[in-house]
Ligand binder design. Structure first.
Ligand code: GDP
Ligand code: MG
Length: 275
């Protein structure tokens, strides 16, 4: 099992690259800051080995608990990962880029530097001197200019990643738990897209099924809104909204856990805790 993580400042295109590599839309893409939720997915390649690809949020340079948790998640991910993909936006480096570059500098791991959005670089003459300069910063195994939007070098990167298959890896990422969190993220993503962001992030999503695993056939989801009005919005007129939401959740979850046949969702509001 090889773990590969995508790191970098907010808005450099990490989630877009993540999605492009998977060719499936598994992570929220947004131009807004810090909307990336940690995502872990299995990729099966031709050789039937496993790779885990991790999308991370950008660091937050502030003295808050959220910043601490985000930055700790980034650091923990770096420690657990075999292959580090560091994404930068064109050739302009800012404080947040150096935060990541400093974190990975002395890590003894495979490092791939991705210069994204090269479609935006008008004068490509600066690219080569920049690459020479960044080489002095850390030992990168590969430095690859790409464009997600113009589909430049994505295929090449994908091929390079296929080469990294570590058999006796230290499998520190607890996969069932990560997958469980990922399932919750997928449910939240569905709510966000189907409800036009009417339902704030305060809505709680719980998976009630104990020991969710590959053999699980029945899944119970509990959605808790802050008040009855939010609950009514989720249910919709004649239950139409919740029906659409459930269809979407069914499709996504059954891709993740192949044996799930039945998903039951209950909606609560936290004021009384009643259904
Ligand atoms: P993240 O915060 O690093 O995960 O960044 P996102 O993947 O959410 O992308 C941030 C913004 O950059 C989005 O508006 C993307 O459409 C845009 N973007 C991503 N890749 C490219 C690229 O190759 N070229 C250009 N011009 N824009 C890109
Ligand atoms: Mg992102």
């Amino acid at each position: 099992m090889t773990t590969i993580s995508i790191l970098g400042k907010t808005n450099v295109g990490k989630s877009t690259l993540f999605n492009n590599l998977l060719k499936k839309k598994y992570s929220i893409i947004s131009a807004k800051k810090n909307t990336t939720i940690r995502c872990i997915v299995n990729i099966k390649n031709d050789k039937k080995t496993h790779q885990i690809l991790i999308d991370t949020p950008g660091p937050i340079i502030r003295n808050t608990l959220q910043a601490y948790n985000t930055n700790k998640f980034i650091y923990d991910t770096i420690v657990k990962t075999h292959v580090l993909i560091i994404v930068i936006d064109t050739i302009h480096l800012k404080t947040d880029d150096f935060f990541i570059l400093d974190l990975i500098k002395n890590q003894n791991k495979t490092k791939i530097l991705i210069i994204n959005k090269i479609d935006k670089i008008k004068n490509k003459i600066w690219l080569l001197p920049f690459i020479e300069k960044i080489k002095t910063f850390s030992k990168f195994d590969h430095i690859i200019p790409i464009s997600n939007t113009k589909n430049i070098n994505i295929e090449n990167l994908s091929k390079i990643l296929d080469q990294y298959n570590f058999k006796n890896s230290y499998d520190q990422i607890h996969l069932p738990e990560s997958k469980y969190n990922f399932a919750k993220d997928l449910i939240r993503e569905t709510l966000l897209t189907k409800l036009n962001k009417e339902i704030p992030y305060t809505t709680q999503i719980n998976i009630e099924t104990p020991n969710l695993n590959e053999e699980t056939t029945h899944l119970a989801i509990k959605i808790t809104t802050q008040n009855i009005n939010q609950k009514k919005i989720i249910i919709g007129k004649n239950g139409q909204k919740i029906k659409q939401i459930m269809n979407d959740i069914n499709t996504k979850i059954s891709k993740l856990y192949k044996n799930i046949k039945n998903i039951k969702t209950t909606i609560h509001h936290s004021k009384t805790g009643k259904k």
